[in-house]
Ligand binder design. Structure first.
Ligand code: RUQ
Ligand code: CUA
Length: 662
């Protein structure tokens, strides 16, 4: 390392004279050289630093919206600095944002499962809203795999507005995905169960367990999923896996993988259980099925009333899905995982975990095969299977354990290789062929990553207009990359520079991700986000994105007793006091507390917390919030502002007195 650094002295000096925009003099070059020598940094390291170091005040060019895995949250990260900008509380309460401790509780309750409070989630696949197949920066959707729920996040204030529980299945994986104009949010089941997760013996698997895809109608004006206009399509009980919506050439289609076409039910390991274990049982067939769904047709079938109500939810039956010609299958190499549609929508890339190739299907050929009924047969549920050879376009040997694919603007595709711990760059054929110097459908190079990459994300790499430039490897293991943090270690987000054709794709940054276990993440150009810096007006209620008439204003603060046991409090907060400062209620009172942060300055957030009652809020400039509780515990409770908002922040407090009942 040291030797390499010394050898590169000349290069390095030249580089810094060439790139520095400040006062580059011999002395500072020497200093850089000295530091590089002391720290054992190579020229490549210094270049990586120059590409990622983001001096104070300089903002990031891209923003990652990352799932938080079983933290239940979403994380927002800047690129290329790889700095965490914020978390977004989604399925799991988050006390900094006051999410689920007095505010947000109704939304979290929408996600209750079978009448039970459920306060965590396993977020996998964020989907930014799209217009004409390109991210528009307005909305973000994300699934919860553990309980089959979808959340809607408004990117004006980065807050969760809705959580919806799927009534049919208990577990989802192929979601959230949106078609090019975000008419729907797709959610598909994974580990199949009988409808509504009702009980049935495992011996009923083939007949009573079902897969499904739900098409949640998104009402962009209201910013909410419209359950009344949503429906599902019944699917065979294969484990439907990840999915992608068609675009341009494949607009109107929706593709999803499956594993376990064997219909394995496990049952191995203890006395008397002799079935193959799941991991073997679901991997026996040489091929599984890619599902091809014509969702525009499905929409028409639903609108024509051709559905049955199951668990109070409209479902197009498998039989009708077949007879209406909206569902087709085609074989895909065993244990497929990722399915990704190319930028022009003309190819579908499938990667099989146990096959070293990516398999590319031609959308034109798929359409032709459907029209000509070029079937190789049907599956055991009567779904027609398109002949593999007539829809397959190419196979590229990329390496071991291919999972997910993203795209660049230059005809390159990038596939994550879990077993190889690498990112493979390969070339697309067809129209993309002229964009890159290498021949079509060839592996170009591989970059090792550390370690065991799951998803990967290129800048806008799943849209109709990918940007290239940056790619992030979302590695599952970090092993030896960071200071040991006990046996539980962070994941490793590695930033790769993919800006140059034909050259290497160097890793230029390692970011430890020590919160949750992210899966997919999308990377959007930062200037597409039009986030508010303060709420538009004083008294703004983020749950309705409008001024709330109940919002307290300066001079209207008061405490109103309504009848025997009800009290309503109207409070304002501004640097550095709450008005009123004394709130007295009686034990047993039902308390409704309204509070407005009347600030107009950027970043003038106040917190508000009450001990014992488990209340903590975050009130951003202009925000109105309401919370309710029953004052059943008498006592003296100082409430205070939890954000260090001003020099007199410690003085920003008051007392809640709950008088004991006689
Ligand atoms: S998939 S395990 Cu996104 Cu690779 Cu969930
Ligand atoms: Cu307001 Cu501290």
């Amino acid at each position: 390392m040291r030797l390499k650094a010394l050898q590169s002295k000349f290069l390095l000096t030249a580089a810094f004279i060439a790139i520095g925009t400040g006062n580059t003099n011999a002395q500072s070059i020497n200093e850089v050289q000295k530091i590089a020598n002391e720290r054992g940094l190579s020229t490549a390291d210094l270049l990586a630093a120059a590409k990622t170091y983001t001096p104070t005040g300089m903002k990031d060019e891209y923003v990652i919206f990352s799932s938080g895995g079983h933290s239940g949250q979403v994380f927002v990260i800047g690129v290329p600095s790889m700095r965490i900008l914020r978390t977004i509380g989604v399925f799991t309460p988050e006390s900094w944002q006051g999410w689920g401790y007095g505010v947000g509780n109704e939304i979290l309750d929408e996600g209750n499962v079978s009448g039970r409070e459920n306060r965590w989630g396993d977020t996998h696949h964020p989907a930014l809203s799209e217009t004409n197949g390109d991210y528009d920066g307005e909305w973000l959707f994300i699934n919860d795999k553990s309980n089959a729920r979808i959340a809607v996040i408004d990117l004006r204030d980065f807050e969760t507005k809705q959580i919806i529980k799927n009534p049919l299945f208990i577990n989802d994986h192929g979601g959230a995905f949106v078609p090019p104009n975000t008419e729907y949010i797709f959610e598909t089941a994974q580990y199949n169960v009988p409808w509504g997760a009702d009980h049935a013996p495992m011996s009923d698997y083939k007949d009573n367990f079902r897969g499904a895809v739900t098409m949640w109608k998104f009402d962009r004006k209201k910013g909410r999923i419209d359950k009344a206009k949503s429906f599902a399509i019944e699917l065979p009980p294969y484990w439907q896996d990840i999915a992608d919506a068609g675009k341009l050439a494949s607009d109107g289609y929706f593709f999803l993988n499956s594993i376990n076409t064997e219909l394995a039910t496990g049952g191995f390991g203890v006395e008397g259980e002799k079935n193959p274990p799941f991991e073997a049982g679901v991997s026996m067939n040489a091929t599984d099925y890619l599902h091809i769904i014509d969702w525009k047709k499905a929409e028409k079938v639903f609108e024509a009333g051709k559905y049955t109500m199951i668990k109070d939810f409209p479902v197009i039956s498998l039989k009708d899905a077949v007879s209406e010609g909206l569902l087709h299958l085609t074989p895909e190499p065993r244990s497929p995982h990722g399915v990704d549609v190319s930028p022009k929508g003309d190819f579908v890339v499938v990667s099989g975990k146990l096959d070293p190739h990516t398999t590319i299907y031609s959308v034109e050929k798929i359409k032709k095969a459907i029209a000509n009924k070029t079937f190789s047969g049907q599956d055991e549920y009567g779904v027609p299977v398109l002949d593999f050879d007539s829809v397959m376009e190419a196979q590229v040997e990329v390496g071991l354990g291919p999972l997910h694919t993203q795209f660049g603007p230059d005809g390159y595709a990038y596939t994550s290789l879990f077993l190889d711990s690498a990112v493979a760059r390969w070339t697309l054929g067809g129209d993309y062929g002229k964009l890159n110097p290498e021949p079509d459908w060839t592996l170009v190079q591989k970059t090792p990553v550390h370690y065991n990459i799951g998803h990967l994300g290129a800048a806008e790499g799943d849209t109709v207009d990918p940007d290239g430039k940056y790619l992030v490897a979302y590695n599952k293991w970090s092993v030896d990359r960071f200071v040991q943090t006990g046996p539980l270690m962070p994941q490793n987000f590695q930033l790769l520079d993919i800006s140059e054709q034909g050259t290497e794709m160097p890793v230029i940054y390692d970011m430890p991700m020590g919160i949750g276990e992210p899966h997919y993440a999308q990377i959007i150009k930062a200037d597409k986000l039009k986030s508010w810096s303060v709420y538009p007006e004083i008294g703004w209620d983020p749950t309705i994105q409008a001024v709330n008439p109940w919002a307290p204003r300066p001079k209207s603060e008061r405490i109103e007793r309504k009848g025997e046991h009800e009290v309503e409090i109207f409070m304002t907060s501004v640097r550095s006091h709450f008005t009123p400062e004394h709130v007295t209620v009686k034990q047993g009172d039902k308390v409704t507390w309204h509070i407005t942060n009347t600030e107009r300055a950027i970043d003038a957030t106040h917190g508000f917390s009450i001990p014992v009652y488990n209340i903590t809020l975050s009130l951003e400039a202009g925000e109105y919030a309401k919370f309710e509780f029953v004052a059943d515990t008498p006592g003296t409770f100082p409430f205070y502002c939890t954000e260090f908002c001003s020099a007199l922040h410690l003085e920003m407090m008051g007392y809640l007195m709950v008088e004991p009942a006689e």
